[in-house]
Design a protein around this ligand. Structure first.
Ligand code: ATP
Ligand code: MG
Length: 574
């Protein structure tokens, strides 16, 4: 391709609102254009990168037994009503009506559609297993679309759905996909880790996320410094905490604690370590029927509530959708005082409140807790004196705490999620009534798995991992062109002729080459090479007349002199 014909509208400056380097460079280098909030168009350079990613995904998925499809994007809401997700998925689901007043959704994920297809055609165990996948547009009305392709509203996902006769075969496919994903990411040049994760709105029993470490990541990983344990903070476990030496010695009593509306103040006033103080976090739980309920979560004073764990605890009791903060003034309506909330009399004050205690508090004693009146706490509290407390893992596993697997030290890392695989079990096949006949002729629901990759997010992720301060750096398998041929001085006809000759030779050798034939200064051309980030620049400079060309590698900008033959050999091998 000739650069003069390429539509790559580069900008002098990155967009003002772009904070991530991937977002800055993708816009500045003319890869993408924002059309609306969280909505982007992919221009020719991005389309080239996308196609390479799609090829890798197609090749690996098909080698692992999955078949490529293209599902509908607009889905009748009736399917989502049947699965029970229409009211549950929340505001990320964009729904609308057609001219006949029928409800539709823009697919944020396609479990319902995949089940509908399997349900229509798979009648016998003999037709199983089946794995269908697609690479297509998704729409999620994200509350905070940002960071360019990283968190868009309209984005491209690879999503696959597998159907099995039993959970053992699903387990096999889950491992098969884990291997496939590792292969895909390795082939794309990404250093990715598979970690334990929460299943979120998709649901199911077990899930694994594929993440890459990056300071700009929106997720937090908890990893053990000593063993292989690594999990999203939303599900990360920790060992039971060691009790500090100075255990408070007090008989059970109510104690006046004026002006101590937070843990620090109580701790200073009573000279008790926060470890021994019960912290109450109160949230409003929004339910599927649009009603709400109060939930009180107790954790140690120096622990924090982990919101996903807290929501999952609520889901174990009620059809909870989400948690919302609650103001001190609203708490007073329930007779609760921020900073002085405790378990004594709580059920009396708020009879239908959900109350959970972090597992680290199980059987804990020598505690301090709020007395449910302003300016008073109980001391010498022994939780084993209560019966029927609901203990759940609801606290954040913090950096520096001990690993549940080996006792090693836990660390926190920021990460970007690029893929997520789930064991769904019969969640969707049951609700949508999708059955097959097993070997004994019994009707059974499919066991299902689902497997996603954030394809458009990958463009951003690759750049977050590789880009430098000058611009995009792609992995070798994803760069839009392998090499840019830069004629240093286009006014020199001899150099132009040498450039054309090399261009033809590279095209003949099937090398993806971009000939920079623009009447620009050499410096400007090299700056564009650095901004766009093709893997190599091949410079046709003065030495070309003696048969020597300079090859610049975009990654690291190292330089090498080569003859024409060496250039051809190099790219044939590359
Ligand atoms: P996140 O926690 O980042 O919102 P998710 O858990 O909602 O992700 P999944 O439902 O598992 O995502 O979707 C599969 C993949 O699609 C994710 O691993 C991610 O790479 C990608 N993805 C999800 N939401 C977005 C988005 N808003 N923009 C771009 N890619 C996304
Ligand atoms: Mg999401």
């Amino acid at each position: 391709m000739r650069y003069s014909k390429l539509f790559a509208p580069t900008l002098k400056e990155p967009p003002k609102d772009a904070v991530l380097k991937s977002h800055q460079f993708l816009v500045q280098a003319g890869y993408i254009q924002q059309i609306g909030s969280g909505v982007y168009s992919f221009l020719p350079l991005a389309q080239r990168v996308l196609k390479k990613i799609l090829n890798v995904i197609d090749e690996v998925m098909q080698a692992h037994g999955a078949q490529s499809c293209l599902f509908n994007f607009v889905t009748p809401a009736t399917l989502w009503q049947e699965s029970g997700r229409f009211g549950k998925y929340g505001k990320e689901l964009l729904a609308f009506k057609d001219r006949k007043d029928n409800d539709f959704v823009l697919g944020p994920t396609h479990e319902e559609v995949a089940v509908e297809i399997a349900k229509a055609h798979i009648k016998s165990y003999k037709q199983l297993p089946l794995h269908l996948y697609q690479i297509h547009t998704k729409f999620r009305d994200e509350i905070r679309p940002r960071f360019g392709l990283m968190r868009a509203r309209e984005f491209i996902m690879k999503d696959g759905y597998s159907f099995h006769i039993d959970s053992a075969d699903l387990d096999r496919e889950f491992l098969n996909m884990q291997a496939a994903y590792n292969e895909i990411f390795e082939c794309l040049g990404l250093k990715v880790r598979a970690v334990e994760a929460d299943s979120g709105a998709i649901g199911g029993s077990k899930s694994r996320e594929f993440v890459l470490l990056a300071p700009c990541g929106e997720d937090t990983l908890v990893a053990c410094a000593s063993c292989a344990y690594v999990a999203n903070v939303e599900v990360a476990k920790r060992a039971k905490r060691a009790e500090p030496d100075n255990v408070p010695q007090a008989a059970f009593a109510k104690f006046p604690t004026p002006n101590t509306p937070n843990i620090e103040a109580v701790s200073a006033y009573l000279k008790v370590e926060p470890f021994f103080i019960l912290k109450a976090v109160v949230k409003k739980v929004l339910l599927e029927n649009n009603e709400s309920q109060l939930a009180v979560f107790f954790v140690r004073g120096d622990d924090s509530l982990e919101e996903t764990k807290a929501l999952n605890a609520c889901k174990s009791q009620v059809p909870a959708l989400s948690l919302e903060d609650i103001e001190g003034a609203e708490l007073k309506k329930y007779g609760l005082f921020a900073g002085y909330i405790g378990p004594y009399g709580l059920k009396h004050l708020v009879p239908n409140a959900l109350v959970f205690f972090d597992t680290d508090l199980s059987e804990a004693d020598s505690l301090v807790c709020g007395a449910n009146e302003e300016g008073a706490h109980f001391v010498g509290v022994d939780l084993s004196s209560f019966s029927g407390l609901d203990y759940k893992d609801i606290a954040t596993a913090k950096a520096g705490q001990a690993c549940a697997e080996c006792g090693g030290v836990l660390e926190h890392h920021k990460s970007i999620e690029v893929g997520h695989i789930f064991k769904l079990g019969d969640k969707y096949s049951k609700s949508l009534g999708a059955q097959f006949l097993d070997q004994e002729g019994r009707a059974c629901c499919f066991e299902m798995g689902c497997y996603g990759i954030g394809v458009s997010r990958l463009l951003a992720a690759i750049l977050e991992q590789n880009a430098d301060e000058r611009g995009c750096v792609w992995s070798e398998t994803t760069a839009p062109f392998k090499v840019v041929l830069v004629v240093a001085n286009t006014k020199d006809n001899a150099l132009n002729a040498l450039g054309e000759e090399l261009y033809t030779a590279l095209l003949d050798a099937n090398v993806e080459v971009l000939l920079d034939d623009r009447a620009e200064r050499f410096g400007a051309k090299m700056a564009d090479f650095e901004l766009i980030g093709c893997s190599y620049a091949l410079i046709v400079g003065n030495k070309a007349k003696e048969g020597v060309f300079e090859l610049v590698k975009r990654q690291g900008l190292s330089k090498l002199e080569m003859t024409k033959q060496e250039v051809l050999d190099f790219f044939k091998g590359a």
